[in-house]
Design a binder for this molecule. Sequence first.
Ligand SMILES: [Zn+2]
Ligand SMILES: [Zn+2]
Length: 183
Amino acid sequence: MLFAATSPATTDSSSAFSGVTNFFDSSYFSAFVKLMILFAVALYAAMVFWTWKDARRRIDDPVIVGVCVATAVCFPFVGVLIYLILRPPEYLADVHERELEIRAMERRLGADSTCPYCRNPAEASFLSCPHCGTKLKQACRRCKAPLDPTWRLCPYCETVATTLPQQPERPRRGAGQRTTTEA
Ligand SMILES: [Zn+2]
Ligand SMILES: [Zn+2]
């Protein structure tokens, strides 16, 4: 109403509708519409640019990046919304970093995860290689847990590890002789 009051066309102030009509016909309204159109165009251009920037960081294939940008260009505002729904959830840099971390982790565990003789995968809990039959670890005497050859005692039951094979028990000659002489 402020605009209507100040506009030059407000000669008949008795009708409420004429004020509204005059407002829509006024130069203020057309300037307002132009401003809104300019704002919408700027927003549309920014959205297309953002889509291109974001797609490049998430998608490796330039053709798919082009399709995303084309969608944003052809369907103003809705295209960006579609892109937001369908875009990959991760940045390429994050995916690459994670792959490097996994590879480093595999390298750290490499000593235990493969058989040192046949290079087939062997888990840390394996006593022997299931592929070539090589003895990989000694089982604990008491709890049968797989022990590393460098360990001095079992970390699970604290039994002292025996890396050397146990000597077979010989029958004591003295005791045997005593029993025969006594009999
Ligand atoms: Zn093996
Ligand atoms: Zn044990």
